[in-house]
Design a protein around this ligand. Structure first.
Ligand code: DX5
Ligand code: ZN
Length: 215
């Protein structure tokens, strides 16, 4: 059975000077979840925000908070992001010595555990966590910045992962209506979009169009 397509605006593309209004705008537009990008200036060449901002975001919304950790040593900061009120925490396979351990820690805190992989990282790298991850996040840009172009070469990898994994499959990077359509065809059911949605003239229409995509 194909899962319903759900859509999460990436707050990285929001105007942080009016963050509460931006979150309200996404909520009213029908977002299914909110994607929070955490960048440390080491794993990726950019710095975004940390757990205290996630905690503030939590105060303003009941939407699912999908927290994408693009940081070295995620284990070190895990409890802070759990305490901040995250619902899903996703860590990068490239940063982990003991991937099963951190996914277990996330799950035993009652959260959903996601594992992500960069465009150049092969699907096989996830083999040891396929039975434990709730979600796999396939990056379709090199992580670090919003507004980049979708790397179409990642599509066969999505198909490959879909064939071996039963949980949620999320895509992140360079998503617009056209690339969302390609991702859904390849097996994705969770769509993250930053620039496309926050720059949209009609966010609710653009969210709805993606939610209605059929495989
Ligand atoms: C990139 C981030 C993405 C980013 C997506 O490193 O992980 O979540 O916000 O932005 P767009 O949708 O603009 O590519
Ligand atoms: Zn992200």
């Amino acid at each position: 059975m194909d899962k319903k397509i759900i859509v999460g605006p990436s707050l990285l593309a929001a105007d942080f000077s009016i963050l509460k209004e931006e979150i309200g705008r996404a909520e009213e537009a029908g977002a299914d979840f909110l994607h929070c990008d955490i960048m440390d200036g080491h794993f990726v060449p950019n710095i975004s925000f940390g757990p205290s901002i996630v905690k503030d975001i939590r105060k303003t919304t009941e939407l699912i908070l999908d927290v994408h950790l693009m940081i070295e040593e995620p284990q070190k900061y895990l409890n802070k992001f759990i305490d901040a009120g995250s619902d899903i925490i996703t860590v990068h396979i490239e940063t982990l010595k003991e991937p099963r351990k951190i996914l277990e820690d996330i799950k035993s805190a009652g959260l959903k555990a996601g594992i992500s992989l960069n465009p150049e990282t092969p699907a096989e790298s996830l083999k040891e966590v396929l039975d434990i991850a709730d979600m796999i996040l396939v990056m379709t840009v090199h992580p670090g910045f919003g507004g980049q172009g979708f790397i179409e070469e990642c599509l066969p990898k999505i198909e490959k992962i879909k064939a071996m994994f039963d949980g949620d499959l999320e895509v992140d990077g360079g998503i617009n209506y056209k690339t969302a359509q390609m991702a859904v065809k390849a097996g994705i059911n969770m769509i993250v979009a930053g620039t496309h949605l926050f720059n949209s003239k009609n966010m609710s229409e653009d969210i709805r169009k993606i939610q209605c995509l059929k495989k």
